[in-house]
Design a protein around this ligand. Structure first.
Ligand SMILES: NC(=O)c1ccc[n+]([C@@H]2O[C@H](COP(=O)([O-])OP(=O)(O)OC[C@H]3O[C@@H](n4cnc5c(N)ncnc54)[C@H](OP(=O)(O)O)[C@@H]3O)[C@@H](O)[C@H]2O)c1
Length: 313
């Protein structure tokens, strides 16, 4: 990925502003706006100040099915870049997702446009090293933007390896992931006791458990936050879109015109969130999801109303 860097002054100005209800990258920020050439919400990775679009693409669930339609999955990736997104999250354990992403990036000539995140997802230090080697091959790249310890499995051993890869210039950012409430305390301990750049965790209108300790710890230690499972694995659509429920009129005030945007704007309205990675194999859902980066974000009062609305269903 080509990375635009900011001056410290610009970074502080933006992060300060981001502590409010969210920032559109182009609003009154001159050179940053020009550097990003888009009106999409970007958020900073705290450890460097690098700005990334705050919605990307996840590749779990159906994405990794090699027997499925490759061109459809490639189309979803193409749509991500066309719409101004860049972050893709994958894993060697998402069936053949790494092979599919690697082939698509190759065919699209898009590796430089992509902030590519994958994981070490196996027990044992040497097994992790071997798995990383295969991931480089499958993703057809010499470097990852982010390499994460998957689900806090063998965290110490794998962080040691990933930090080594960073020293070799093969990894730019180091992270951990989890998605279970029962692992929140362990995630906080890793944040407190290690130098990591990213934490990936679950946050959505049905599971807000990370608000209590994980997000405050990430803020305190300057760790960027990547959100997985933003739609509760699609479960949020059942009682809303699936039931034919109309989008609440009041949410149109902050640019919501689909249920997908309703759920994503709720998450983006939390100032500690850096990027969300909704999973989809459909280009039109990518367009919808990246579209959540336009327009204003809900205020904290409006976010409370969103929580209440879902709880009342
Ligand atoms: N521990 C970990 O590290 C961990 C754990 C879980 C997930 N993750 C990561 O987080 C990503 C997101 O989680 P997830 O994929 O499990 O669940 P999710 O993003 O909460 O939900 C995905 C589901 O939402 C649907 N969808 C996506 N955009 C939509 C839209 N705009 N309108 C309507 N439906 C939409 C998708 O259907 P279609 O495909 O039909 O569009 C898919 O069924 C994963 O792909 C993975 O990269 C990481």
């Amino acid at each position: 990925m080509n990375h635009e860097k900011m001056t410290r002054k610009e970074f502080l100005k933006l992060t300060g502003a981001a502590a409010g209800a969210g920032v559109i990258a182009s609003s009154g920020l001159g050179s940053i706006a020009n550097a990003q050439s888009s009106d999409l919400l970007h958020r900073p990775i705290h450890s460097t100040g690098e700005m990334i679009p705050a919605v990307g693409l996840g590749t779990a669930l159906e994405f990794g099915d090699l027997s499925g339609d490759f061109s459809k999955r490639k189309g979803a990736i193409e749509a991500l870049f066309r719409e101004g997104g860049s972050v893709i999250d994958t894993s060697p354990t998402y069936s053949d997702a790494e092979q599919i992403v690697g082939r698509a990036l190759d065919e699209l000539g898009a590796r430089d446009k992509c902030f590519l995140a994958t994981k070490t997802s196996i027990r044992g230090k040497q097994a992790g090293i071997d798995q990383n080697t295969q991931s480089f091959k499958d993703l057809r790249t010499n470097s990852f933007d982010l390499l994460q310890v998957h689900n806090l499995r063998n965290t110490d051993a794998h962080l040691d390896t990933i930090n080594g890869l960073r020293e070799e210039g093969k990894v730019r950012y180091v992270g951990i992931t989890h998605f279970r409430e029962s692992q929140n305390d362990d995630a906080v301990k890793v944040i407190e006791n290690n130098k990591i750049d990213f934490i990936q965790c679950q946050y959505n209108l049905l599971d807000r458990s990370v608000e209590e300790r994980v997000l405050p710890a990430a803020r305190e230690h300057g760790v960027a936050v990547m959100i997985n499972v933003p739609f509760a694995r699609g479960g949020l659509f059942g009682p809303t879109a699936g039931a034919g429920l109309e989008i609440p009129e009041w949410s149109k005030d902050f640019g919501v015109d689909t249920w997908g945007k309703f759920f994503l704007k709720f998450i983006l309205g939390h100032p500690d969130i850096t990027v969300i990675i909704p999973g989809t194999i459909n280009d039109y859902h990518v367009v919808d999801n990246v579209g959540a980066l336009r327009g204003r974000l809900p205020t904290q009062t409006e976010r409370q109303r969103m929580v209440q609305f879902i709880e009342d269903l």
